[in-house]
Design a protein around this ligand. Structure first.
Ligand SMILES: [Zn+2]
Length: 132
């Protein structure tokens, strides 16, 4: 594994948004190409991805590129995202059910009011002899 050379440009660790490989990027650049999968990615996004992972994992400053752990963290990350998405879907469904229930309740309230109104109109109408 090759070590980082001390260039004039300060390189920053990032995670490839495509394959999850850990790469070093120049934060002044807008985009970079992943050295693992060759896919171009947005530097800012990749750095964010790295920060997100390492905020929870809490690595030391000197992180060596360990494919095993980076693959695992990508899987963890994906699993976490899937869980989040499932959670969101459940939340959405619950909200929808609430909305449906509210809608039905409102509908029956108005329907009941309408029925009462019709009965009142019918009574008045009958009393005044309008219908016959
Ligand atoms: Zn990649």
């Amino acid at each position: 594994m090759d070590t980082e050379k001390d260039n004039s440009v300060k390189m920053v660790p990032a995670i490839c948004t495509q394959c999850g490989g850990q790469v070093s990027v120049d934060p002044n650049m807008e985009a970079a190409v992943c050295q693992f999968c060759g896919t171009p990615f947005i530097v800012e996004k990749a750095i964010n991805q790295y920060n997100v992972q390492h905020a929870t994992i809490e690595h030391a400053d000197n992180v060596t590129i360990d494919m095993g752990s980076s693959v695992k963290s990508v899987l963890d990350f994906a699993g976490e995202q899937m869980k989040e998405r499932r959670e969101m879907k459940r939340e959405e469904r619950r909200e929808k059910r609430d909305m449906d229930a509210k809608f039905i309740a409102t509908f029956f309230k108005f329907f009941g009011l309408f029925c009462v109104l019709m009965i009142v109109v019918w009574f008045i109408g009958t009393a005044l002899g309008l219908f016959g």
